[in-house]
Design a protein around this ligand. Sequence first.
Ligand SMILES: O=C([O-])CC(=O)C(=O)O
Ligand SMILES: [Mg+2]
Length: 388
Amino acid sequence: MRIVDIREKTFPIASAIRNAYIDFSTMTCSLVAVVTDVVRDGRRVVGYGFNSNGRYSPGALLHDRFLPRLRDAAPETLITDDGNNLDPFKIWRTLMTNEKPGGHGERSVAVGVVDMAVWDAVAKIEGKPLWRLLADRYRGGEADDRVFVYAAGGYYYPGKDDEKLKDEMRSYRDRGYRVVKMKIGGAPLPEDLRRIEAVLSVVGDGANLAVDVNGRFDLETAIAYAKALEPYGLFWYEEIGDPLDFGLQAAMAQVYKHPMATGENLFSMQDARNLIRHGGMRPDRDWLQFDCALSYGLVEYLRTLAMLKDHGWSWRRCVPHGGHQLSLNIAAGLGLGGNESYPDLFKPFGGFADGYAVEDSWVRLPDTPGIGFEAKADVLTVMRELAE
Ligand SMILES: O=C([O-])CC(=O)C(=O)O
Ligand SMILES: [Mg+2]
């Protein structure tokens, strides 16, 4: 078997939302199709991948550097020894030819998009959902039959008052999410506390609400917020300072006793390892949000999981950023703690299979071969337009 074509297209996923650091007025997303010569159920197997929000489309990097490496490689160097399937690890090595270590930048997004498409194709060729393939390969066949998900939203938005924020959260609760997340740090502390209390009037207990700073605070502001947030007993306090400021993160562990979360902007196993070594993260309560779609894909995420195991961390502490189905498959297949969900944002790329309702913040996965895009009509439409 071989790869016969690789296509990429950049799509806008712009919206008027704003977090404490950026707005999404020009946000884009890259969709990649890896077309193979394998036929299953009368169709040519095509694997699809895309990057999650927060980083722009890596289309230029893909066209300049990464896709030519795959096109120029001898086809037999990209497949398994028995010749029956693509080998995600060999493809990863080819993509990363002549790339120095460190300084990961956004090439990790480009490699992540291709890696997602490769795993989708690999599972389709094996005729299995990816969560099943991962459970069979790495967990002795054991898979979780449902995954914890929380609804992310609560952005700043022109003209959005507390009533609109409450309506948004009520609609997530009506759609089966127990836990919701909102943005903070983009307004003065008293205003954010008023917004938090508005949301708590809808979701009740603080254990049903996570807050996300998107890396905005210096230590002094982080501590002022920590003191104000402490009484609410929130689900988590996320990405409080700069993602690479492990000293700030470690200092916060001394002053904030409730759970914290971070990691969505760490793009390699080595960066994740530095967080674990130097960030003071507490394996009994804190959460790790590394997102494979932004950070060299599942091949690299497996290295990150191995690193966590070596450091005595349970994979149940991982709840990836991004709200995409690749992380949902990894969560079910490898036994993570859950996955993010954006019920209303970043369409059609975010979101899970049609017709699988969320209940009390748990969702089930379809049996569709691959990542499950064939079970989600809106994303499948744009995918098939690209390559089928
Ligand atoms: O607003 C964003 O960039 C998304 C984000 O942090 C999250 O989903 O946790
Ligand atoms: Mg975040």
